[in-house]
Design a protein around this ligand. Structure first.
Ligand code: ADP
Length: 486
């Protein structure tokens, strides 16, 4: 048993140590930052690449035209009439690749030295160039080739047609730019991670401070310290609400604790009184009245009465504790409340006959409810008993059971007594509450009557209450749900 509890405790601790808010925040911040950085950098990369390409196309179109003019004209004298030299020079000067291709993609210029081999195979490239030219209605085209941006044009040299000028501008620069962006992105990502770390630790510190504080105070509260005060201000609305709720829980706990202590004090006191009486009268019988039948019987009757009181007190305390712990199931059946209320009233007949109490009764027939008969009987008995105890000089008690609408009917018991002070109305339902004034009471009460009423009606889920006017009397009522007769 002990070991199991220790294990439960360890598991609880383990769960407690789970992922901290700090880590969650850090992960969330970092993930968010990373997504933003990646999104931003890929957009930037796209835009930059596109700008570079546009720019490359525009400058290539100009360069290409100048090269075309140059290539078609006679090579300047410095090149000694060598067109290949001139083309190589132009390639260097414009930082492009220039080739004049034959109709099958063979390189015509610049001429490849006999020892060398062609640098490129232009067969496929020429197909593409031709296709681009066929689609375009201008004499030259610009397009994006396999590795280069290409300016292409059909030209004629030495009277030969079907020659093609190929001017290729490498995409190197664009790749370099993308590379640079990637490096920059990495730097920004690292920076953002560091920033996310700093921000999340600041935010989580700020966020967890009141939570840790409240956890610490709640532990104190659990140990029975009702002086703790929860603060949530400065930490946002949710923390204020949490603090308010905890303060409310503290008040309720403290109230329950106080009431429990009072209950024990009161119950012990109420147990003691009849016990003292029983002991006292028993001693009297032994010492004085044992031989005098008249006196002895009287004294024995006191003992019986006090024992009865003790028994009903014990029964009430037991009832209440069972109701509150919820161990007793309600045994609900369809009860003819009209007949049952009359039955309960019959138990007060002796008061009418011997003590001049007047019961004015108004009970409609055919009212049925699905309730626990014994427990509801106790409720009616307690409420009528209280009315008898607290009614006025005229000794009048009004009992009614009437339909309120199609689905409900209401039991009410009214007295003509002093009534209940407004500020006491909510406390009379509490265990062991007794109004300050003492009463001589024809119906024995243990001070637990109304708390039993409350517990039973709450278990049934029925609406109930009291209307009271000081000096005029009180009306206690219960609203039942009408059910069909079985
Ligand atoms: P008891 O009547 O045994 O003291 P209850 O729980 O039945 O205990 O009632 C609690 C308190 O509520 C009573 O002590 C009394 O102060 C008040 N009370 C109950 N019923 C009435 C009533 N009909 N008129 C005035 N006060 C009442």
């Amino acid at each position: 048993m002990e070991r199991r509890r220790a294990k439960q405790k360890r598991n609880y601790r383990k769960r407690q140590r789970g992922t901290s808010i700090y880590f969650l925040l850090w992960a969330a911040f970092s993930a968010l930052a990373l997504v933003i950085v990646l999104l931003f950098s890929s957009v930037q990369r796209m835009v930059t690449v596109q700008t570079y390409k546009n720019e490359a196309a525009r400058s290539l179109s100009e360069t290409g035209k100048s090269i075309e003019t140059a290539v078609l004209s006679e090579p300047p004298p410095v090149f000694g009439g060598n067109r290949s030299e001139y083309i190589r020079y132009l390639s260097g000067a414009y930082d492009v690749n220039i080739f004049i291709l034959g109709q099958n993609g063979e390189i015509l210029f610049p001429r490849i030295p006999d020892s060398g081999t062609a640098e490129f195979d232009f067969t496929d490239e020429l197909q593409k160039l031709k296709a681009e030219l066929a689609q375009s209605d201008t004499s030259s085209v610009i397009y994006e080739g396999e590795q280069e941006y290409v300016y292409g044009a059909e030209i004629s040299l030495y009277g030969e047609t079907e020659m093609y000028l190929y001017v290729g501008k490498s995409l190197r620069l664009i790749e370099a730019a993308s590379g640079q962006i990637a490096v920059r992105t990495t730097f920004i990502a690292v920076f953002v991670f560091v920033l996310a770390f700093a921000v999340s630790s600041a935010v989580s510190g700020w966020l967890t401070k009141p939570i840790s504080e409240m956890t610490r105070k709640t532990r104190l509260l659990a140990q029975g310290n009702f002086d703790v005060d929860f603060h949530g201000a400065d930490y946002g609305q949710e923390m204020v609400e949490l603090a308010d709720t905890l303060n409310f829980a503290r008040d309720e706990l403290s109230k329950a604790d106080r009431m429990q202590k009072e209950l024990i004090a009161n119950v012990s006191h109420d147990f003691k009184t009849p016990l003292t009486m029983i002991k006292g009268y028993a001693s009297m019988i032994m010492e004085i009245s044992g031989d005098i039948p008249e006196k002895r019987n009287k004294h024995a009757q006191v003992i019986v009465d006090e024992a009865d009181r003790l028994a009903s007190l014990v029964a009430d305390v037991l009832d209440l504790s069972k109701l509150h712990s919820g161990i007793q199931e309600l045994k609900t059946t369809t009860v003819d409340m009209s007949a049952y209320t009359r039955e309960v009233l019959d138990r007060f007949a002796y008061l009418r006959e011997t003590q001049g109490y007047v019961f004015e009764v108004e009970i409609e027939d055919g009212l049925f409810a699905n309730v626990d008969e014994v427990k509801i009987g106790q409720v009616l008995y307690n409420l009528i008993g209280n009315a008898v105890n607290y009614t006025g000089e005229d000794k009048k008690v009004f009992v009614s059971l009437k339909r309120t609408d199609e689905t409900t009917f209401r039991f009410a018991v009214k007295d003509t007594g002093v009534g209940i002070k407004q500020e006491e109305i909510s406390t009379i339902w509490d265990r062991y509450y007794r109004s300050s004034e003492m009463h001589k009471r024809p119906v024995k009460g243990t001070g637990l009557g109304l708390s039993i009423v409350k517990a039973v009606l709450q278990r049934h889920g029925l609406h109930f209450g009291v209307e009271s006017e000081l000096g005029k009397g009180s009306t206690f009522f219960v609203v039942f749900i009408q059910t069909e007769e079985e």
